[in-house]
Each structure stands twice: as structure tokens, then as C-alpha cells.
Design a protein around this ligand. Structure first.
Ligand SMILES: [Zn+2]
Length: 283
């Protein structure tokens, strides 16, 4: 199985919103803010090539929106997903499956592109697009607080073309690739758990966006239910800590992946590295 992280560009978000109730005096030591209190977020995707399927997890913001939209997101880097995929050695036609962890614009925007005639079409013409039914139903009827993150042009064309595939429960998508539902960040977010021998690689998505969010109070203000996220994190850490499983941090510009331990006092500590370093170290 070949695994590759994909850099689909960067955005900047409000540091206060990103770290929730944690005071700035604490979080700014980890991730310094600019003069507008913004912190950088990478849009880090994962590509899995198991020899039979080429699976892309999430699609970034894409590049079909107007200039004002990109300004609002403080975008930089390359958001042209087709180009990024080619630079990583694949053509859009080779992608067989796209897993949308959820439908917020920074995860689903690249799923749909404008063709030469200006029509909205699936970016990956041969792919099935996987999504939880809970997230689909939630996106069709969002609460006013979350509504701005759901842009119908990112997913209605997938539904119209019949390429969406709904997941109803935690499931194994293909051998060694499991989808797990979470409900704190948004309803029916899918984390992807990949089995690599005795160890697991977890694409947590916005359930655990950076290496700093491993600490309990670090929960994004965007989450629809912080208490649920707290509970989901506690369960996750109970499973993962000291087992050498590896988490990919999808929005962390500084730490690609990490293993989480407890020190002698019981505090969580992390060791971070690149995905290639993890794969090469795997026993
Ligand atoms: Zn996100």
C-alpha cells in the first residue's frame, strides 16, 4: 500500500476560534498569530494506492470560487487540486474513490470543478465519492451557525451525477481501510483508520486538526458540540496512547503526523514527524 500526504494549499483562520476556550497567551506560544490574529492552516489530504484503488481523502478548497471568497479564507499556496494531484504523479482519471470526511468547504471544495463550458462537474471523473449519510442530511439542513461552511456547489453536482455513495455506519471500505463516525465537530464526520501491519494510521480530520488539539481544552469553536468532541477525544486517546499508532494532522502546517504518549506524570506528550518517516520506521 502506497501512502502520500498531499498539500492542497493553505488558509488562515482566527486563532481564537481555532483554539476555542484556550487563552491566547497559551496558544500563541504554539502557533504565533499574525497582526490580524490569524493562524495558518494547511489543507493536508491523504492519497492511498493499494494497487487496486487510488483513494483520495478530502479535497481541500478547490479553485472554482471567486477572488472575494479566496480573500475571505486568506488563501495561499496552490489550491488547484487537479494540478496538485498531477504533481504527485497521478492523473484525475486514476482516482477511483474520494472519501469526504465532511462537507465543510475546506474539505469538499476540490470535489467539484468548473469545466471549460463553465459547468460544475466532479473533479475526478471515474471516482465514487464516499460520505456519511448523517453528514449529508445535516448539510442539507444546516443550523444557521454552521451554514456558511456548507456550499451546495461543492456537493450537489456529485448527487446530480449519481457519484455519491452514502455510509450508514462504521465500516470497512476496502481491506485495511475503515471509516469511523464522529459527531462533535459536525454530525457524521468520518475519520479514516488504516491498518499497517500491527500499527494504525489515522486520518483524524477536524476531530483532531493539529498536534496541539491533543490537549483536552483545545477544541475549535467551530465544533457543533464541544462536549461531544471532548468525549470522543477521551475515548480515542484511551485507545491510541502508548500504542505507537500514528495520527495525521490535517490542518497542522508544522506537524504532519504524530505518536502520542503519556509521560511519568500522566501528561500527554507527542512525537511528531513526516508520514514518510513514520512509514520507514514501521516495525
Ligand atoms: Zn477543516
Amino acid at each position: 500500500m502506497k501512502l502520500k500526504t498531499i498539500n492542497a494549499g493553505y488558509v488562515k483562520v482566527d486563532g481564537g476560534a481555532f483554539f476555542g476556550v484556550v487563552p491566547k497567551v497559551l496558544w500563541q506560544k504554539l502557533m504565533p498569530a499574525d497582526e490580524n490574529n490569524l493562524v495558518p492552516n494547511i489543507l493536508r489530504l491523504l492519497l492511498i494506492d493499494d494497487g487496486e484503488h487510488v483513494i483520495l481523502i478530502d479535497t481541500g478548497l478547490g479553485n472554482k470560487q471567486d477572488e472575494k471568497f479566496f480573500k475571505n479564507y486568506h488563501c495561499y499556496g496552490n489550491h488547484d487540486l487537479t494540478q496538485v494531484i498531477r504533481e504527485n504523479g497521478y492523473t484525475p482519471g486514476q482516482i477511483t474513490d474520494v472519501i469526504l470526511t465532511h462537507l465543510h468547504a475546506d474539505h469538499s471544495g476540490g470535489a467539484v470543478s468548473l469545466d471549460k463550458q463553465g459547468n460544475l462537474v466532479p473533479t475526478f471523473p471515474n471516482a465514487k465519492y464516499w460520505l456519511s449519510r448523517a453528514q449529508w442530511n445535516h448539510a442539507l439542513n444546516p443550523n444557521p451557525r454552521e451554514k456558511a461552511a456548507f456550499l451546495p456547489e461543492n456537493y450537489m453536482p456529485l448527487s446530480d451525477r449519481g457519484v455519491l455513495r452514502m455510509v450508514d455506519q462504521d465500516t470497512q471500505l476496502y481491506p485495511g481501510i475503515f471509516l469511523k463516525h464522529r459527531y462533535g465537530h459536525t454530525r457524521g464526520l468520518l475519520s479514516v483508520h488504516i491498518k499497517l501491519g500491527q500499527r494504525w494510521l489515522i486520518y483524524a480530520s477536524d476531530f483532531l486538526p493539529t498536534a496541539y488539539h491533543i490537549y483536552e481544552p483545545y477544541i475549535m469553536s467551530y465544533d457543533i458540540c464541544a462536549e461531544k468532541t471532548l468525549q470522543e477525544k477521551a475515548e480515542f486517546f484511551q485507545w491510541i496512547i502508548d500504542r505507537k499508532h500514528c495520527v495525521i494532522f490535517n490542518h497542522d502546517p508544522f506537524n504532519e503526523c504524530g505518536i502520542i504518549y503519556r509521560d511519568k506524570k500522566g501528561h500527554k506528550i507527542k512525537e511528531t514527524f513526516t508520514l514518510d518517516e513514520f512509514i520507514n520506521s514501521k516495525d
